[in-house]
Design a binder for this molecule. Structure first.
Ligand code: ATP
Length: 214
């Protein structure tokens, strides 16, 4: 049997139920053998995170500690350069071989920004893409991605059998949760409870993360 591995990269600043529920649903829908959550070190295409890399990693570990099919992969944090997804996929290919099926999972907002990613056209030579809907994000797709979707989309998971090169747009349970919203709630002294695991919220409180500077 071909190994089927999903990769959900992110800043996870902090990780929340939008990430976690999507991860579980994609894992079940695509019958993945494993799903790796990959925290970014120095995200090349966004502002500096509010928590350190180590803190973001610890929050991802806390969020997934009771689910042995959600793995945490800190490969990007060990690299002493910006986190380029294409290099993470190359490392995974080298680890798992050319027969494994790799699925790079991205939210709609991240997909819309794909043409800004380093060597983005190589991504589909290494993995297939799973694009998640995000209810609070409705950006228009750039033309180049409309063409890519027309050429590479498959209708449902059962048609997604290649080791790489296909795209599936997936309608999972829509959860309008973002890390930005969680950070701003905490910054305003309000509670983000039930938007993220209690263990992660406890960590944020203990570490004093995302509070306004006084
Ligand atoms: P921020 O608000 O700081 O930009 P975020 O909530 O978008 O953070 P990221 O760590 O940037 O979280 O997201 C990692 C990946 O998960 C991205 O591909 C993103 O689109 C996707 N994602 C984040 N939240 C959701 C959600 N609620 N539903 C589906 N996908 C999501």
């Amino acid at each position: 049997m071909t190994l089927r591995v999903g990769i959900l990269g992110g800043t996870f600043d902090p990780i929340h139920f939008g990430h976690l529920r999507s991860a579980v649903e994609v894992r079940e829908y695509l019958k993945l053998d494993e799903l790796r959550l990959v925290p970014n070190a120095t995200p090349p295409h966004r502002d500096r995170p509010g928590a350190t890399a180590q803190q973001r990693l610890e929050m991802v570990c806390l969020a997934t500690e009771f689910d042995d099919q959600l793995l945490v992969d800190d490969c990007e944090l060990k690299r002493e350069r910006p986190s380029y997804t294409v290099e993470t996929l190359e490392a995974l290919r080298a680890e798992l071989g050319c027969e494994a099926s790799l699925f790079l999972i991205v939210g709609w907002d991240a997909f819309c920004g794909l043409p800004g990613w380093y060597r983005w056209t190589s991504l589909l030579e290494l993995a297939s893409l799973v694009v998640l809907q995000r209810p609070e994000h409705d950006q228009e797709l750039p033309e180049v991605l409309k063409d890519l979707l027309a050429a590479r989309s498959v209708g449902d998971a059962s048609a997604m059998n290649a080791t790489h090169g296909e795209i599936l747009c997936l309608a999972q349970t829509p959860l309008a949760i973002s890390a930005t919203h969680i950070r701003s709630l905490i910054g305003e002294g309000r509670s983000p409870r039930f938007l993220l695991p209690d263990s992660v919220l406890g960590y944020i409180e203990t570490q004093g993360l995302y509070r306004p500077l006084t």
